[in-house]
Ligand binder design. Structure first.
Ligand code: PSV
Ligand code: MN
Length: 437
């Protein structure tokens, strides 16, 4: 069994506290001033801050390594070399943001030799495990059957069986890690017309997922992730939310759809997709990221912050609606950090997601409802814009401060010298392939 590495250098809680002490009085002034503005509109800033402080999002294990494109990858010397080092980096993000207590593992990329040891190691760092991700979109060394022509939808039953058994294994590992969900994304599809029989392949994938579902523990959920294209360039078996919905409806109550923000064709009204899934009781969770062209895996809110706000507007609306039962979508990030330091980009991402959430909490819902009922288009839109236009930075920073996280995460991180320390500790013998490429 591989030796469990030492955690090495860690940013201390006191270091964060001292940094916070230096800027807290400025934050208080900004917070008070925003609080006054909001109270004139009948909003209690402390209540918003409390809600933001309760928000958390899972970090994907693969996002802690340097990402890349099909053309190349440019890792730094201190890139984590294994899941233990990734957890140490995840702990740094959580310390800085106070909002990422969980990691979503990809199997086999981050398959633990000893799940019990990993669970303990993570717990010592204050980290636990979110949804498990299976991988039947790549072949692994020693694997009997290839996924070149599909996995859960493959024409040959022995290939489907292998893919089903892989998912069962991921559930088993997840149970030991105290995870409560499995996310399934498959690359199955065709690159040329005629290659795949559409109805038969969907039938096969649904039947395979039914077998996986049959092994889900009672308190588990399965998230079915859709994607319009890539790696298949002509047709994808689970291509959109409608197909994911049909599958999850057939599977049963433990199944929900996973909305990866980058998995939509250009100009799709993603917030409306989200609202449709809420209405159908099938919104399982999210993979947050952003894009300009397709599945670019850029940092959440970097390109379309208004869209992110409109998505959170639907989420807040649903959370406040007593007719929407058991509303608890799983929040996960799914990004490729190929230019920025992953710890910095993840911290920036969490901030951006919380920003969208905080703004959505500021929407005057009673007024919006009246304007909608009266068909007052201008004021209905202006009600959303009024919330979006606030600079909620003091709320996010105060939410972090209240949890002992950093008022200014990036500044504290850079001042801590973490990267330089890890450069020394993690001598890269070879450039590893641990991010999305
Ligand atoms: C596929 O593009 C995806 O969004 C799925 O969630 C994968 O598990 C993840 O990216 C990592 O490649
Ligand atoms: Mn995804």
């Amino acid at each position: 069994m591989a030796k469990i590495p030492e955690a090495g250098f860690k940013i201390g809680k006191d270091f964060v506290k001292e940094a916070n002490d230096r800027v807290y009085s400025d934050l208080q002034k900004d917070y008070r001033s925003l609080g006054e503005q909001l109270s004139r509109r009948g909003i209690n800033i402390d209540k918003v801050t409390e809600d933001v402080a309760k928000f958390s999002v899972a970090i994907p294990s693969w996002a802690l390594g340097t990402g890349g494109t099909r053309f190349g990858r440019f890792p730094n010397d201190s890139e984590p070399r294994n899941i233990y080092e990734k957890l140490v980096d995840a702990r740094a993000v959580h310390l800085l943001t106070g909002a990422t207590p969980t990691v979503s593992l990809h199997i086999p990329w981050d398959k633990p030799d000893d799940p019990n040891a990993l669970l303990k190691y993570a717990a010592d760092l204050g980290i636990s495990f979110d949804a498990m991700n299976s991988n039947t979109f790549q072949d692994q060394p020693g694997q009997k059957h290839s996924y070149k022509f599909g996995s859960l939808s493959h024409t040959k039953s022995e290939v489907r069986r292998q893919a089903i058994e892989h998912n069962w294994e991921v559930i088993d590992i997840g149970v030991r890690l105290k995870s409560r969900a499995l996310t399934v994304w498959i690359g199955d599809g065709g690159s040329f017309p005629g290659q795949v029989h559409f109805r038969r392949s969907l039938r096969r994938v649904t039947d395979s997922l039914r077998e996986i579902y049959s092994r889900l523990p009672d308190d588990w959920q399965i998230f079915v992730e859709y994607k319009p294209y890539e790696p298949a360039f002509y047709s994808t078996v689970i291509q959109d939310w409608g197909t994911a919905y049909v599958i999850t409806a057939e599977l049963g109550p433990k199944a929900g759809c996973l909305v990866d923000l980058g998995h939509h064709l250009p100009n799709t009204n993603v917030e409306m997709v989200v609202s449709r899934l809420i209405g159908l009781g099938k919104l399982g969770g999210f993979h947050f990221n952003d894009n300009k062209y397709s599945d670019d895996d850029l940092a959440s809110g970097s390109i379309k912050p208004y869209q992110l706000f409109l998505i959170f507007n639907e989420l807040v609306d649903a959370a406040l609606d007593p007719k929407v039962k058991n509303f608890k979508p799983a929040y996960m990030i799914d990004q490729s950090h190929n230019l920025k330091d992953p710890i910095e980009e993840l911290s920036q991402t969490v901030d951006e997601i919380q920003r969208a959430y905080a703004k959505a909490l500021l929407v005057d819902r009673a007024k919006l409802n009246d304007y909608q009922e009266e068909n007052d288009v201008l004021y209905a839109e202006a009600t959303l814009k009024a919330a979006f236009n606030y600079d909620v930075s003091p709320i996010i920073a105060m939410a972090r401060y209240k949890k002992g996280a950093a008022i200014d995460p990036i500044k504290v991180y850079r001042e801590s010298g973490y990267r330089a320390q890890k450069d020394k500790e993690r001598k890269q013998e070879k450039k590893l392939h641990s991010g999305i490429v």
